[in-house]
Design a protein around this ligand. Structure first.
Ligand SMILES: *Cc1c(COP(=O)(O)O)cnc(C)c1O
Length: 365
């Protein structure tokens, strides 16, 4: 039954996003009794050995698939991506100021939150519409900044960095919530990487944090214990009751990625899937419009308009729903359409959307 449903329905939602069907199925099978425990994962003590192993295995698998060096710690925090917007300055703003590269809604929110705890410098000139990464010649860093912060993939606007910003030695912090595990990354370039799970790696309620160990232990005295990297790290992410199910689930997704060619394969697929859609947009001669500059278009979230005509866009979304393609409506702040092509969206899924876009173009151009 559920197999049929999954095969028929394609979820293009931006977050919570599509999860690998195989993982959902395994989790369903195991839900009533985890391993030999005779109880559900949902009922399991976070102090049990079973759960300690779940945390350790998830850390181990992630370390393997991302090639995380020894001097980094993998932690699971609560409070979502938004929690990290506060936890980062609370732990890392040791000089009283930090630099923020603002390229969209999420990095703007992070900068606003950080300004509660110290001085925020804007690296890039402020822009009204987020359609590009401002040219590097316009960037100014503050040599006294504790860290430089940026968002690798702006989920709402569809802007993605295709290389790592050069910060002249200032520690680099990145929000990878919506493109985490979609490509290999050079961990050693970063002081901290974080990702809220619900975009590309699991259900909402857990945030994966990879932090260089020398950035643990400098939290401000006002930092809540649940956000204090030293506390979380010392108790291996079991300081208080963590979302046991969510950590178990992301661990299963790490296994799934490992079994499916790793981040190297996710990277190849992300390029192939997104190229399929961007090519149609480009070849439509203005019927489909993507406002984002070509050199920073996201492979995960593709926002587009249809002749800037809301009626056509509504018809597109309704027609897609009739064909079981769900959650294609753009974010309320930018309108239009947004197709999210996370890891669990297959190449075949992207092809179904591409065929529909071609057909819709022919019928409405
Ligand atoms: C969704 C999102 C967030 C916020 O995540 P929450 O878990 O809802 O707090 C932060 N950054 C990016 C890039 C996101 O896509």
């Amino acid at each position: 039954m559920s197999e049929k449903i999954s095969n028929k329905v394609i979820n293009f939602g931006a977050g919570p996003g599509k999860l690998p069907f195989e993982v959902l199925k395994d989790v369903q099978n195991e839900l009533l009794s985890y391993g030999n425990s005779k109880i559900s994962i949902l009922e399991m003590s976070h102090r049990s050995n079973d759960f300690k192993k779940i945390v350790e295995n998830a850390q181990k698998r992630l370390t393997e698939i991302l090639n995380i060096p020894e001097n980094y710690k993998v932690m699971f925090l609560q409070g979502g991506g938004t929690g990290l917007f506060a936890a980062i300055p609370l732990n890392m703003m040791t000089t009283g100021s930090a630099d923020y590269i603002v390229t969209g809604t999420w990095s703007a929110k992070a900068a606003k939150e950080a300004s509660k705890y110290g001085k925020v410098n804007f690296v890039t000139p402020p822009t009204k519409t987020y359609t590009e990464i401002p040219n590097k010649s316009t960037w100014t860093f503050n040599p006294n900044a504790s860290y430089v912060y940026y968002c690798d993939n702006e989920t709402i606007h569809g802007i993605e960095f295709h290389d790592i910003p050069e910060t002249k030695g200032i520690p680099l912090v990145v929000d990878m919530s919506s493109n985490f595990l979609s490509k290999p990354i050079k961990i050693s370039k970063f002081a901290l990487i974080f990702a809220g799970a619900q975009k590309n790696v699991g259900p909402a309620g857990i945030t994966v944090v990879i932090v260089r160990k020398d950035f643990i232990g400098s939290a401000m005295p006002i930092c809540p214990s649940i956000f204090d990297f030293a506390v979380v790290s010392a108790e291996n992410s079991i300081h208080n009751t963590p979302p046991v199910f969510q950590i178990y689930f992301v661990g299963q997704v790490f296994e799934w990625i490992h079994k499916n060619g790793g981040v190297e394969n996710m990277n190849i697929l992300a390029s192939k899937k997104s190229k399929l859609i961007y090519d149609i947009i480009e070849e439509s001669q203005g019927f489909y419009l993507c406002p984002i500059k070509k050199d920073c278009r996201s492979r995960m979230n593709i926002p587009f308009r249809i002749k800037n005509n809301e009626e056509l866009e509504n018809a597109f979304v309704a027609g897609a729903i009739a064909l079981n393609m769900l959650q294609l409506k753009g974010h309320r702040s930018v309108g239009g359409i947004r197709a999210s092509l996370y890891n669990a969206v297959t190449f075949e899924d992207a092809q179904v959307l591409a065929n529909y876009m071609n057909k819709f173009y022919k019928e409405n151009n």
